[in-house]
Design a protein around this ligand. Structure first.
Ligand code: HEC
Ligand code: HEC
Ligand code: HEC
Ligand code: HEC
Ligand code: HEC
Length: 440
């Protein structure tokens, strides 16, 4: 009797194991079909996305869709046709923000941004938009290219195998020469290790910036590629570029100003301490700063970052293709895919979610509009009072108020990433302008 039970149990165990094995093989096969089989090994120096696309056709197909230009209420981008010219062959560009709001021209008087500033568009355009912007006319350094191309291979080659060395060599070159070391917009190799497809950070400026920030938080010798969690990496790969930056010293080293923290005030304190300024304002002679796309810094102050949500959760949500679940490589506005971007966590209708975003963005716009008016008025008053006894102090106030306003303005989610933080910075800017008005 005991022997019989043993045989029955054993045969059940064996057949269960067989079924599990078959199921596992079937699952792997369908995964392989959808995720791509490794039909060919990818070299450590392969920056051509089409070559990676042979192994991973679904991700490549979506990656190519970043050419799409679709407008949302405040974001996305609109295709604007233009006459091509010998110096600029583009037939389609994004909207001209200087035309939409002329106050930018006063705020940036004397700086290249007051000549050409457009809405951002998809990753596919990053290289050509940088090549042909009017802002190139002032002779930019190679440093610009760090965030507008697939630079990993160019840097490794320039540094003869040393990424960090190549980074410094690239920064120092004039832009036109640096551009000869890159061939593609951001590509697979900039976020993935070709050996196992694991996420990795390839930008030395971010490695250094996040190390400095962690040091400020009390963590010594932080190495993002070995110490960050997978979920953190799903934000860090984007934060390689979507951050505030400046060019340090005569070598024009790309630097992220995070040694005192990530908030706008911390960054301003850093710039004030080292005495850095981007240019002297044409109307007031104040030494001023330009804030640029601080998505990572702002997002880090919001409820989603604090809840452990990553950039990729909203901007590259999972999608189903047949039986497989893949990461959507069509990076764009989450408002164009609310169902997948938000409803994975929020169990409310798309309509309701859209309403919530509109509500945050409308209010953010109302606040920005008030502060922008006050700032421009203040700048004009300073222009008309060049010999005021307190002029140095007044110029300092313009510098600080303008940076805080610009920080909230340059952040591309129109307040969504961190509504409270955006409101706080705007209020602080307005408070400074009020102090300036009193002094005048
Ligand atoms: C909780 C969801 C969520 C997370 C997380 C998130 N974003 Fe966003 N992001 C949005 C929404 C919503 C908008 C507004 C889109 C619009 O107005 O069309 C936006 C806008 C943007 C834009 C402008 C896009 C456009 O089409 O105008 C950029 C760039 C951006 N986010 C980058 C990032 C980066 C980088 C991170 C991580 C540091 C991040 N986002 C994290 C939801 C998110
Ligand atoms: C730290 C990364 C980084 C560096 C360095 C950088 N950019 Fe960008 N750039 C971005 C990001 C992110 C966007 C998209 C978000 C935006 O437009 O605010 C962008 C957008 C742009 C655009 C399109 C929108 C516009 O403003 O008209 C142009 C043109 C541009 N950059 C030119 C330049 C030039 C010129 C330099 C060098 C002076 C430069 N970039 C350096 C990250 C960077
Ligand atoms: C190598 C630098 C780089 C990296 C890495 C990068 N971006 Fe961008 N991103 C840019 C630049 C530059 C632009 C603007 C291109 C232009 O306007 O020509 C941009 C544009 C965008 C836009 C606007 C798209 C649209 O259709 O309007 C979104 C959204 C965005 N990025 C989100 C992300 C997210 C999310 C990640 C991480 C998964 C990421 N980016 C990683 C540089 C980068
Ligand atoms: C801006 C960064 C970025 C770029 C560029 C990028 N990816 Fe990804 N990729 C990601 C992220 C983030 C994930 C999700 C990884 C995770 O959750 O661990 C991912 C996941 C994947 C996966 C795993 C399966 C899946 O869909 O989740 C494959 C395969 C892949 N990418 C292929 C590619 C290919 C091929 C290219 C170039 C055509 C590419 N990626 C370009 C960020 C990027
Ligand atoms: C990975 C999960 C996740 C995703 C994806 C996500 N959220 Fe959230 N969201 C949260 C969490 C967690 C909170 C914090 C509140 C809570 O605990 O319920 C939150 C809070 C919010 C809030 C309240 C904000 C505040 O300041 O109080 C809004 C509005 C919101 N989400 C909208 C969105 C929208 C719109 C999207 C898509 C673009 C989105 N969320 C995507 C998890 C997510």
């Amino acid at each position: 009797m005991k022997k019989q039970i043993l045989i029955v149990t054993l045969s059940i165990a064996i057949s269960t194991a067989c079924i599990l094995l078959i199921l596992n093989i079937m699952e792997r096969k369908s995964e392989a079909k959808y995720l791509g089989t490794r039909v060919q090994p990818i070299s450590e120096l392969e920056d051509n996305p089409a070559v990676w696309g042979v192994n991973y056709p679904l991700q490549y197909e979506d990656y190519l869709k970043t050419v799409d230009q679709i407008r949302t209420r405040y974001g996305g981008s609109e295709a604007v046709e233009r006459e091509r010219s010998p110096e600029d062959p583009r037939e389609v560009v994004a909207q001209d923000k200087l035309k939409i709001d002329e106050r930018f021209i006063t705020m940036w008087a004397g700086y290249a941004f007051s000549k050409d500033f457009r809405e951002e568009r998809g990753h596919a355009y990053m290289l050509q938009d940088q090549l042909y912007t009017e802002r190139q006319k002032v002779g930019q350094p190679g440093t610009c290219i760090n965030c507008h191309a697939s630079t990993y291979v160019g840097m490794v080659k320039l540094g003869q195998g040393d990424l960090e060395k190549g980074f410094h060599a690239l920064n120092k070159l004039p832009y036109v020469q640096a551009a000869q070391h890159v061939d593609h917009p951001v590509s697979c190799i900039d976020c993935h290790n070709p050996k196992d497809m694991a996420l990795r950070v390839t930008r030395p400026a971010f490695m250094k910036g996040i190390k400095e920030f962690k040091k400020y938080q009390g963590v010594a010798n932080y190495d993002v590629n070995t110490m960050a969690s997978r979920q953190e990496m799903r934000t860090h790969v984007c934060a390689q570029c979507h951050v505030e930056y400046y060019f340090k010293g005569k070598d024009k080293t790309l630097t992220y100003p995070w040694t005192k923290g990530l908030e706008a005030d911390n960054i301003l304190a850093y710039y004030n301490e080292i005495g850095f300024s981007d240019w002297a304002h044409k109307l007031t002679k104040a030494n001023v700063l330009k804030a640029q796309h601080p998505e990572f810094e702002m997002f880090s102050q919001g409820i989603h970052a604090q809840s452990g949500v990553s950039c990729v959760d909203c901007h590259m949500p999972y999608k189903k293709v047949g039986a497989a679940k893949i990461t959507d490589h069509h990076v764009n506005s989450p408002m164009l895919k609310i169902g997948r971007s938000c409803r994975s966590c929020h169990n409310v209708s798309e309509e309701m979610l859209l309403k919530r975003v509109n509500n945050i963005q409308d209010k953010n716009h109302e606040m920005k509009d008030i502060v922008f008016d006050a700032l421009v008025k203040f700048i004009k008053k300073l222009e008309n009072n060049p010999s005021h006894p307190q002029i140095d102090k007044l110029r300092g106030i313009q510098r600080d108020a303008q940076f805080l306003f610009d920080f909230a303005e340059a952040e591309n989610s129109n307040g969504f990433h961190a509504p409270q933080e955006s409101a706080r910075i705007l209020l602080k800017s307005l408070h400074l302008i009020k102090k300036g008005e009193e002094l005048l």
